[in-house]
Design a binder for this molecule. Structure first.
Ligand code: CMC
Length: 428
């Protein structure tokens, strides 16, 4: 392939270099377009064809259903690694040695205490508040309790900010759930692993001994790995664009959490379970919901289906489907919702509407079923996704700041009124 792209606008022609990625993806570098063409820009709503950055964190091939973190396949990582190892890999680029992992975990534990005044903020929320709204607010509030912004030229300061948020976010996640359930806010124990500690903080009752169930712990660890990064998705792009104004890490993460909340993004895991429940209440009539999803006059979509990038099976969905079967089996739970999900999947995979549009189950289709089996309330599902995605957001924020990327500031094509003379109120 030639290494230049040519563009003809009227009588003028322009040449732009092509950029090639390490997996041979190609982009046209149009950085000079607006200046050389005297004002022409590109437009691409939803950024369907727009690369916002170069990144060496996550590779995904949506046609082939490939997902890799720093070169390692998601299948290998989900089977062989622990969440904290994957977090280290995403953020710092290499799998940690045993010593590095121990040190990383120690530093996270040393930074897990949340200022006690945060409890007062939690107290002020109504019990009916959605956990994602509380989490996003609390993450933003952490900025106020940790006001100094990170000097990105200092490895040490960057590291401190990273272990702080890796330590404090699980505490906030647990407190958000306990607030909604009316349970006292607590801490786990430094003697526990990262995920074990989270579970203890979430589930321990004040009047009984809590023992971590290893099946649940392993499944949660795996879910976090599967959610840990997914290149330039909506929430990650939000984190990068907010951070590009040199807003701090915690403020950037708080915006990422808000972006994740939407039902077209991470909020889909809650929406999927609500949809499956509705189908169950409707005598398991999957055909009715399939018809609704295909009806262009009905805004209903089959939640947990389709993906902007995957036009093949989402590799994470394959792993989660197996894990759902295994977790329910191991815990001795029979959930009719799982059968409805499987029936719906089969119908969609054999339906021309879904086949032609290459709509397959995505990561959110089965994850809620596992969360429910673990005893996690449905409004907390997206919060769990956020905690899993934390290392990815941090890694992307760090890459963007270290790469000295310019402030994110798209252009537009104005289609509003041209100049109008102001009319006084009496003349309108
Ligand atoms: N049910 C029914 N039709 C669908 C669905 C669906 N779930 N998803 C896409 N379509 C149709 C859509 O109507 C359009 O049809 P047509 O070409 O006739 O107009 C076509 O498929 C292409 O859809 P699109 O909306 O242009 O695709 P997109 O890349 O903009 O949207 C998506 C991707 C994930 C937002 C969308 O598939 C969707 O809304 N899915 C349901 C929500 C969901 O599960 N989201 C989680 C995504 S994965 C995890 C994450 O990102 O956090």
């Amino acid at each position: 392939m030639a290494d230049l792209a040519k563009l003809q606008i009227g009588e003028n022609s322009y040449e732009f270099p092509l950029i090639k990625g390490s997996e041979n993806e190609v982009a046209i570098d149009i950085k000079t377009l607006r200046v050389t063409s005297k004002g022409v820009i590109t437009i691409d709503p939803g950024y369907k064809n727009t690369g916002a950055c170069k990144s060496s964190i996550t590779f995904l091939d949506g046609e082939k259903g490939i997902l890799r973190y720093r070169g390692y396949s998601i299948e290998d990582l989900a089977e062989k690694a622990q969440f904290l190892e994957v977090a280290f890999l995403l953020i710092f680029g290499e799998l940690p040695t045993k010593d590095q992992l121990t040190q990383f975990h120690e530093d996270i534990k040393d930074n897990a205490i949340v200022d006690d005044d945060v409890r007062k903020i939690i107290d002020a929320f109504p019990k009916s508040a959605h956990p994602m709204g509380i989490l996003s607010s609390l993450t933003s509030a952490l900025t106020a309790f940790n006001p100094s912004s990170v000097n990105v030229d200092s490895e040490e300061e960057m590291y401190k900010a990273i272990v702080k948020i890796m330590g404090k976010l699980p505490v906030l996640v647990a407190w958000v759930m306990r607030k909604v359930q009316g349970l006292p806010l607590n801490y786990g124990s430094k003697s526990l692993g990262y995920v074990e500690n989270l579970m203890t903080m979430m589930f321990a009752k004040p009047n009984e001994e809590y023992t971590v169930n290893s099946i649940v712990k392993d499944a949660l660890d795996k879910l976090f790995i599967l959610h840990a990064d997914h290149e330039q998705n909506c929430s990650t792009s939000t984190v990068r664009i907010v951070g590009s104004s040199h807003a701090g890490l915690f403020a950037s993460l708080s915006s990422g959490i808000s972006a994740l909340w939407g039902p077209l993004h991470g909020g889909a895991n809650q929406a999927v379970l609500e949809m499956l429940e509705a189908i169950k209440e409707d005598d398991g009539d999957t055909k009715k919901y399939m018809a609704k999803a295909k009806d262009k006059n009905d805004s209903f979509r089959l939640m947990g289906f389709g993906h902007r990038v995957y036009k093949n099976f989402d590799p994470r969905a394959k792993i989660i489907k197996l894990a759902a079967d295994q977790v329910l089996n191991d815990l001795g739970i029979s959930d009719p919702i799982l059968d409805i999900a499987k029936a719906l999947e089969q119908e969609a995979l054999n339906d021309p509407y879904f086949v032609e549009r290459k709509l397959y189950p995505n990561v959110d289709f089965y994850s809620g079923i596992i969360y429910r089996a673990m005893g996690i309330p449905v409004e907390m599902f997206t919060v769990m996704f956020a905690l899993g995605r934390l290392p990815g957001w941090i890694a992307q924020w760090r890459e963007m700041r270290l790469g000295k990327e310019p402030i994110g500031r798209p252009r537009q094509i104005y289609v509003g009124q041209t100049y109008r003379k102001f009319k006084n109120i009496s003349q309108r």
